[in-house]
Design a protein around this ligand. Structure first.
Ligand SMILES: O=C(O)[C@@H](O)[C@@H](O)[C@H](O)[C@H](O)CO
Ligand SMILES: [Fe+2]
Length: 354
């Protein structure tokens, strides 16, 4: 298992590679070309520059999070083939550069969604939070504005302003897309990229939907054990894998995370390990990684990953904002560093007591 941290790149991330390098047990980062738009063909030189920058600090570029998927591919419009062609070429140049894991998601229109990006806790820290009652009061046309206002001058992953400027059109694109259609389009995409992934040994790791249920009436499919298993079957090949995000799936208390992990042996290429606190149905908030700070049993989750001989990439996912840090919501240095150390501690104890 390689413990990593997500890094958004110079000029986008408030956290430096040099600081990440000093977190014990973190060997690399998962990063991205944060100015690339979904559907873009990535440039070889930019990938090489990113890799060189990361490696200049003694860290490794171990994965990309994310090469985002153009809405035409998710909706299944005729234009999708051009964007799939660009994706294939991007897979090839990443594979040639030695990057062997790509995280992506198939959520329509929005990436992860929250009603609050800085909910105050009794310990004075702030966290991301989601309350369906608040989301139901938001006009979807204004969700980007409200998210971005709370995010200050950081750019939220998956919420590209260029795309959000066409929100009405995006909603219209998905008007006839239901869960079945989304699965069909995902299968079409995976079949098309399979040769490149297998030739360049690049694993695809789809991220679950966050939260794992319909938002603003838009279908979501990466939501449960059943649907994740279905994903592994629609193109039944090892490259077609999963980013097992414990916080995304875990925000639905019906999802038994250790059981989901054990049902996906060999298909989890990337693990986002974070805790979440269930307040009520459809109402959750994020937490420190420590089990007792939230509702998930992080020991049982790490034990399940060890039991399936998980050897992929791992990262602490969203953390609290603590010690007065100012950073992209969920992506501060301090609480993710605490998370990485905690997860490595659990992993060491589990491995030594096998
Ligand atoms: O847990 C989460 O929601 C995050 O990890 C996402 O921002 C994730 O990185 C993206 O959806 C992946 O494409
Ligand atoms: Fe995640």
């Amino acid at each position: 298992m390689d413990m990593t941290l997500r890094w958004f790149g110079d000029g986008y991330d408030t956290v430096s590679l040099e600081n990440i390098r000093q977190i014990p047990g973190v060997t690399g980062v998962v990063s991205t070309l944060y100015d690339a738009q979904p559907g873009d063909l990535w440039e070889k030189e930019k990938v090489a520059a990113l890799k060189a920058r990361v490696e200049s600090t003694g860290l490794k570029l171990l994965g990309i999070e994310s090469v985002n998927i153009h809405d035409s591919i998710k909706v299944g419009t005729p234009e999708r083939d051009q964007y799939i062609e660009n994706y294939i070429k991007t897979i090839e140049l990443l594979g040639e550069a030695g990057v062997k894991c790509i995280c992506y998601n198939f959520m329509p229109v929005f990436d992860w969604t929250r009603s609050d990006l800085a909910k105050l806790r009794s310990d004075g820290a702030t966290v991301l939070a989601y309350d369906q009652k608040e989301i139901d009061l938001i006009d979807p046309a204004n969700i980007f504005e409200s998210m971005q206002k709370k995010a200050g001058d950081t750019l939220l992953p998956g919420w590209e302003p260029e795309r959000m400027a066409h929100l009405q059109e995006l909603f219209e694109m998905y008007a006839d897309v239901d869960e079945e259609k989304l699965f069909e389009n995902l299968k079409y995409f995976l079949e098309a990229i399979r040769p490149a992934c297998e030739k360049y040994e690049v694993n695809m790791a789809i991220h679950p939907d966050d939260p794992p249920w319909k938002v603003f009436g838009l279908p979501r499919i990466m939501t449960s054990r059943e649907n994740l298993l279905r994903l592994t079957k629609i193109v039944d090949a090892p490259f077609n894998g999963i980013t097992l995000c414990t916080g995304s799936l875990g925000s639905n208390p019906d999802n038994d995370i250790p059981d989901i992990i054990r049902s996906l042996e060999g298909r989890i290429h990337f693990a986002h390990v974070r805790n979440v606190q269930h307040n009520a149905p459809g109402d959750f908030q994020e937490a420190a990684h420590l089990s007792s700070d939230g509702s998930l049993d992080m020991y049982e989750i790490m034990k399940a990953l060890s039991d399936i001989h998980f050897e992929g990439l791992m990262r602490p996912d969203h953390g609290r904002m603590i010690w007065g840090e100012k950073a992209m919501p969920g992506y501060g240095l301090y609480d993710r560093a605490l998370g990485a150390a905690y997860l490595n501690g659990l992993w060491e104890a589990i491995k030594k007591n096998k």
